[in-house]
Design a binder for this molecule. Structure first.
Ligand code: DQA
Length: 143
């Protein structure tokens, strides 16, 4: 099984940005976690991070017929991006949305998720452990 993990803007600043909200784990820690999950679960994981909406759309399009699942934290684009929603719908790959923070407990503008309208499941407020949960969900259902 091949899963693509996509992270949006400022996720590369994990551990630096607002640690009271996003925790102390760095982006490197997240990549280590993905490496562990890959080995423990015997699945193939690739990861991509970008601060640019179009680059995320391009990456989703390039995943067409190449990946069995997508785990996506669109970060701030969660709340604005019809383009990312449309790209997910276009490729039709099962997807799970992850948010490190509990977006439900934050500002009203974080309550809407456009990509979430496509995703089968949303995991929020679990820190970087949420990525493991998202991958396990896809493995159990599609692996
Ligand atoms: C986030 C939540 C978003 O509202 C925010 O813009 C982010 C990160 C999260 O992982 O909690 O950048 O997606």
């Amino acid at each position: 099984m091949k899963i693509l993990v996509i992270n949006g803007p400022n996720i590369n600043f994990l551990g630096i940005r607002e640690p009271a909200i996003y925790g102390k784990n760095s982006y490197a820690d997240l990549l280590s976690l993905l490496e562990s999950v890959q080995q423990e679960e015997g699945i193939s994981l690739e990861h991509f991070q970008s601060n640019h909406e179009g680059a995320i759309v391009d990456t989703i399009q390039a995943a067409y017929q190449k990946f069995d699942g997508i785990v996506i934290n669109p970060a701030a684009y969660t709340h604005t991006s019809v383009a990312i929603l449309d790209a997910l719908k276009a490729v039709g790959i099962p997807a799970v949305e992850v948010h490190i923070s509990d977006v439900d407990a934050r500002e009203p503008f974080r309550q809407i998720s456009y990509p979430g309208l496509y995703c089968e499941k949303t995991i929020k407020g679990q820190g970087i452990a949420g990525y493991r949960q998202a991958i396990l969900y896809l493995k159990e259902k599609y692996g």
